[in-house]
Structures are given as C-alpha cells and as structure tokens.
Design a protein around this ligand. Structure first.
Ligand SMILES: *Cc1c(COP(=O)(O)O)cnc(C)c1O
Length: 398
C-alpha cells in the first residue's frame, strides 16, 4: 500500500519537525502514515497523561459532545461547575478560572496578581520570576519567562518581571520593592531542562513572601495533575501557594487549562477576565474524566513507583555510558549527557522508533504517559542503551 502524501507547505514554519505524519495513537504508541510504530516518551509534551486516545477520555468527550458543547461563557454549564468543584476539593484553592492553554492560564494569574496589587497593595504590580523559567508564549508570559532565547524577541516586552536566580533566596529578597506584588515559579523548571526547586527553597520562599505580604504563584502546568507522583507538586513541600496554574495534563490531550486561587486572592471584578471558549462544557467534561482517574491514590502511587523505576534505569544507563546526573521527580525526569549530543541521540532514537525530547543540547527529558508500564520503560531503555552505545563508538572512532 502506498502511503498518502502530505504537503507540509500550507502550515507556517514555527519549529523544525521531522518529515513524519502521525495518523493514530493508542496508549504509549503512535503510528505514522507509513504504518511505522513509535514508543512515545514525549506524549504531546507531557499532555497525554493517560496516553494516546484513552477510551475513558474518548467516551467522555463523545457523550458530552452529543449533550452540550457550549452554552457561552455568559452562562453556567454543569461540566465546568463539576470540574471547578472537584479541583477545589482536591487542592488548597477555593476558586477556578478555566482557560484554553497554559499561557492563557498564566496570563490570568498575572492579571489577578496585578488586580490584587491595585486593590490591596497600593498599585504594586511587579512579579518576581526566575532565570531559566518558562511560562508560555503570549507577550506577557514570554516577558515573565527567563529564557535567554526570548530576550531579543518581540520588543518591547511587558515590563514588571524582574528575574531572580534559581534556588537562590537572597536573589529574590534583593528584588523585593514597594512595587512587588508576587513571586511566580515552576516547582520544577521543565523547558529549561528539568531543574527542580529545592523543597527547602520552596518553603523558604513561602515564608519570605508571607513576611512581605506577597502572593506566591506556582506554575504547575507541567508538574501538576500527578506528573510528580502527587496530584500537585506543592503537596511535596507542605506549603500552600496563593495561586496555581494547570495546563498540559489537565485535559488529557485536549486544550484545557486552569487558574486556581484562594478566596482572599480571587478579586476579579466583572469585565476583568473572560474568553469565548473558557470553561466550555466539552473540554471541562474531558477534565472531569481525567481528574477522576489521576487523583486516585492507587494511580498516584503507581506514578511514584514507575518514576523511581525509570529513574534507577536511567541511572544505570548513566553509569554504564559515563553520563551525568538524573534530575526530576515522578515521571518528569532528565538525563544529563554531559556533552552536546542530545539532538543526535533524539534523531537516532526516532529512527529506532522511540520518541524522546531534548530540552537542551546536553540533556534528554522523559515525560511518558502516567500509566506507562514497566515493559514500555524497559523497551525505551533498551533502545536508548543501543543508541548511546553506538554514539559512544562513533565518538571513539572520531
Ligand atoms: C507548557 C508550559 C506552559 C505553556 O503552556 P501552553 O499550553 O503551551 O500555553 C507554561 N508553563 C509551563 C511550566 C509549561 O510547561
């Protein structure tokens, strides 16, 4: 059978993509239009927390699509009420605003912090963020990000985001002025290459922000929804942030995100925030189905166990091939290669039918489905072992 031919020219070129067209996915596997199968350790960028096209999600979406897609954001719908209630029941937050992407949820967090500043802190508007941080691709969230490559782009940026150094409390303290209203961070910097904040750093940050009357905002778009073995990463530390944003895994693959805040901070007034698709019944029904599954204690326990297993297998590979540390928590891990060979490793793994991600030239990131099996982890490790062995040989010959 000859594969269908696809033209790539009609899409805007926004990133380098291999000339492969995916047509089907199930669990930890994807198939392209030639029938080749790939074991997926990217999962739509840590989005498909239950794997590709899980029946439970397909069922929830199709049932909801036949019942009600959206009545407009000017009316309540039962799916969004149900999901908002469920999210507040399982977290330390009282109120939810739904969005369609992580960046949009973070925009909401930034706006809510500025609103809080205007009402309660004499117009304070600055939000301290971190070098290396990533919060999205809208103008404000790019401005809040501490990604070097963003710096020269789309000037002038949105002002009011001074950058502190990662895991350096004194550098945060130095930036606090009468204009500061909040501190915002990812508990594990994902896009930067999986750099965890220390648990003690997070506790110290809570104490510091509380002492100065500042809001603490956790961007849990990558770390939330069970990714690190707790439903939300903040639970590892015993602290409670004032706001949290969720994205990626919350929809299990469909566009859904959320901004959560405590009652004291939820100060939007009518007209401040909104959006045509926000809180639509269809996506919220997906969120309800995903949350029911992911919040189950047995599910979270399996994420922790499989995370530890993947971590130990990566450590074994690292020792065997003379590589660097394994970083991260749960099923968000990185392997430091100590050499700028990550893109070639990713290309060789792709050839071998395994999808891996290189957030930096010297490291690989692993973000499989949260319901991945040991056997699938073993298959990825075997492929990576072979690829690394070959790369090692190539280096010695060169
Ligand atoms: C992916 C990500 C975002 C942006 O989410 P989008 O849905 O791509 O807008 C923001 N923050 C973090 C930590 C992320 O990982």
């Amino acid at each position: 059978m000859t594969p269908p031919t696809h033209s790539f020219e009609a899409l805007m070129e926004i990133t380098a993509r291999p000339p492969i067209t995916f047509v089907r996915g199930k669990g930890s596997y994807l198939w392209d239009d030639t029938g080749k199968r790939y074991l997926d350790f990217i999962q739509g960028w840590a989005v498909n927390c239950l794997g590709h096209s899980p029946s439970l999600l397909a069922e929830a979406i199709s049932v909801q699509a036949k019942r009600l897609i959206t009545p407009s954001p000017a009316f309540y719908n039962d799916s969004s009420l149900k999901l908002a209630k469920a999210l507040t029941d399982v977290s330390c937050f009282d109120r939810v605003f739904f969005a369609n992407s992580g960046a949009e949820a973070n925009e909401g967090a930034i706006k809510l912090a500025r609103k809080y500043g205007s009402l309660h802190k004499n117009g304070a508007y600055e939000i301290i963020t971190f070098e290396g941080g990533f919060h999205g691709r809208t103008l404000a969230t790019m401005s809040a990000s501490g990604k070097k490559a963003f710096e020269p782009l789309f000037e002038p940026k949105v002002s009011g985001f001074p950058k502190a150094r990662w895991n350096d409390l004194a550098s945060v303290e130095e930036l606090i002025t009468e204009n500061t209203v909040a501190v915002m961070l990812e508990p594990i910097q994902g896009e930067a290459g999986v750099w965890p904040a220390g648990d003690q750093f997070l506790r110290d940050l809570r104490a510091l922000t509380a002492a100065h009357g500042l809001l603490l905002i956790f961007d849990e778009i990558q770390t939330g929804m069970g990714r690190t073995g707790k439903l939300f990463h903040y639970e590892h530390t015993g602290i409670a942030p004032d706001m949290m944003t969720l994205g990626k895994g919350i929809g299990g693959g469909v566009p859904l995100a959320a901004l959560l805040a405590t009652e004291a901070v939820s100060c939007f007034e009518h007209g401040d925030q909104g959006g045509t698709f926000n809180g639509n019944a269809l996506m919220c029904a997906a969120g309800v189905a995903v949350l029911e599954q992911v919040a189950a204690p047995a599910f979270l326990k399996s994420v922790t166990e499989n995370g530890l297993y993947l971590e130990s297998e990566l450590q074994r590979l690292s020792a065997r091939h003379g590589l660097g540390e394994v970083r991260g928590r749960g099923l968000l891990l990185a392997l430091d290669l100590r050499m700028p060979i990550a893109p070639s490793i990713v290309a060789a793994a792709l050839e071998g039918g395994v999808l891996l991600n290189a957030p930096r030239h010297d490291s690989l990131r692993f973000m499989p489905a949260l319901n991945i099996t040991r056997q699938e982890i073993d298959l990825m490790i075997d492929c990576l072992d072979a690829v690394l062995a070959k790369a090692g040989v190539a280096r010695r010959v060169a």
